[in-house]
Design a protein around this ligand. Structure first.
Ligand code: S3P
Length: 439
């Protein structure tokens, strides 16, 4: 067995009781990046301590923000961030390395676009394969330059300055794209609007007002009017529903389990996976307990459900479950009948080609999964028996590492996961948390 293989053993007991999950990754990135842009010292708490968020912290430090975050007893980061404010980011001596983090690099393109500096952005081998023209194209329409011109992949150098506002009809529903354009639009005189083909997550629209920048938003549209310099704000980051999804799906699959996940974001743009599980007949529910700024949070409850059924997820709901499709596909593999996820081509350009990875992984389980165009079909097998000795490769993708680990954790035989360590990107304590629920 090669060095970086982790054996994931079946949970010893059903999952029971309450837990919390680490801070939301999308909100944590935004808290760090918006605080860095702001005038004055912002206070942030509940920030996720993971490799991806550390990429954002490292980047804003390199660009002149002062970050004094400390590890808290619950594992989160909290403290102050003093931004570069109206003076703008400083010219870094070196390229800025965004690691594995698409959110860091794509939001930074919008953040740097207004300023008269030249910053080279790069990342790890996965990030250097991901498409960037979707971000550089609208920013170029606003007046920013990117070199080499027309390049799709990192490294790319941003030459910013002198932006004009833009009304942009985005070709895909992407919160990263929407956010990059809105952040640039804050420094252009006039209103910048992004229209989307389907609703994407709306954390930017909800959080910018905490930094004194007004936004207007509808289901598939968001606008900001510049010039608008953000001022220091205060952000409390709720738990990450995308991390909670792995625990909830594990409880649905593991006989006799019943768990509650507390203080987790219940933003409707993020809990589409709960709706999908409900449509599969799973015993899941949510209960609101409060709000952090405009972000609602509360409890997600999930119980073992022996009689799941396949369902169809329409194209306009895909952006709301985009990060959860791998684990939902695994649940669908246990359901009676066929599950269809419509128009999931975006999965091909995530941390890895998740569409191919889902089909390969399910094939190892003996489950039929196929694509027709960009639609993903899974023919479930109730009572699925997992063969001994299976090995799955995370391909360095955190969400695939956790998805395939659930095969071992909720089943009867161990599985081997290559590069399980990829979980450090979004949920470093995943294995401890799930094992604690099964003690
Ligand atoms: C994110 C947006 C989504 C999501 C990613 C985080 C964000 O990406 O998959 O994990 O924080 O804005 P896209 O914008 O590419 O859909």
């Amino acid at each position: 067995m090669s060095d970086n293989v982790t054996v994931i053993k079946p949970l010893e007991n059903p999952m029971h009781g309450s837990t919390r999950v680490p801070g939301d990754k999308s909100i944590s990135h935004r808290a760090v990046l918006f605080s860095a842009m702001a005038e004055g010292t912002s206070r942030v708490s509940g920030v996720l301590d993971s490799a991806d968020v550390r990429s954002s912290i490292g980047a804003v430090r390199a660009l002149g923000a002062q970050v004094s975050l400390e590890k808290q007893a619950d594992g989160s980061l909290a403290g102050g961030i003093t931004g570069w404010g109206a003076a703008g980011p400083s010219q870094p001596a070196e390229p800025v390395d965004c690691g594995n983090s698409g959110t860091t690099v794509r939001l930074l393109m919008g953040i740097l676009a207004p300023w008269d500096i030249q910053v080279t952005l790069t990342g790890d081998s996965s990030l250097c394969k991901r498409p960037m023209r979707r971000i550089t194209a609208p920013l170029m329409k606003m007046g920013a330059r990117f070199l080499p011109e027309g390049r799709e992949t990192l490294p790319i150098t941003v030459h910013g300055g002198g932006l004009r506002p833009l009304t942009y009809d985005a070709p895909m529903a992407s919160a990263q794209l929407k956010t990059a354009v809105l952040l640039a639009g804050m420094y252009a005189s006039g209103t910048t609007t992004v229209n989307e083909p389907a609703p994407s997550r709306n954390h930017t629209e909800l959080m910018l007002p905490e930094y004194g920048v007004a936004t207007t938003a509808g289901a598939c549209t968001a606008s900001v009017t510049g010039p608008a310099q953000p001022q220091a704000g205060e952000v409390l980051v709720p738990g990450d529903p995308s991390s909670a999804a792995f625990l909830a799906c594990a409880a649905v699959l593991r006989p006799e389990s019943s768990i509650q996940i507390e203080d987790v974001s219940l933003n409707t743009a993020r809990i589409g996976f709960v709706r999908t599980l409900e449509r599969m007949g799973a015993q899941v529910s949510v209960a609101h307990t409060g709000a952090a700024g405009k972000e609602p949070y509360g409890i997600i409850e999930a119980c073992h459900t022996p009689d799941l059924r396949g369902c169809e997820v329409p194209a306009d709901k895909i952006a709301g479950i985009i990060d959860e499709i791998p684990v939902l596909a695994l649940v669908a593999a246990h359901a009676h009948g066929i599950t269809v996820f419509r128009q999931v081509g975006e999965l091909r350009v995530k941390e890895t080609d998740r569409l191919a990875a889902i089909m390969d992984g399910l094939a190892k389980l003996g489950v039929d999964a196929w694509c027709e165009g960009d639609d993903l079909y899974i023919e479930g097998q109730p009572g699925l028996q997992v063969p001994e000795g299976l090995e799955f490769d995370s391909l360095g993708d955190h969400r695939l590492a956790m998805t395939w680990s659930l095969v071992g954790l909720t089943g009867k035989v161990p599985v081997n996961i290559k590069d399980f360590e990829a979980v450090r990107v979004s949920y470093p304590g995943f294995l401890d948390d799930i094992e604690r629920l099964a003690r």
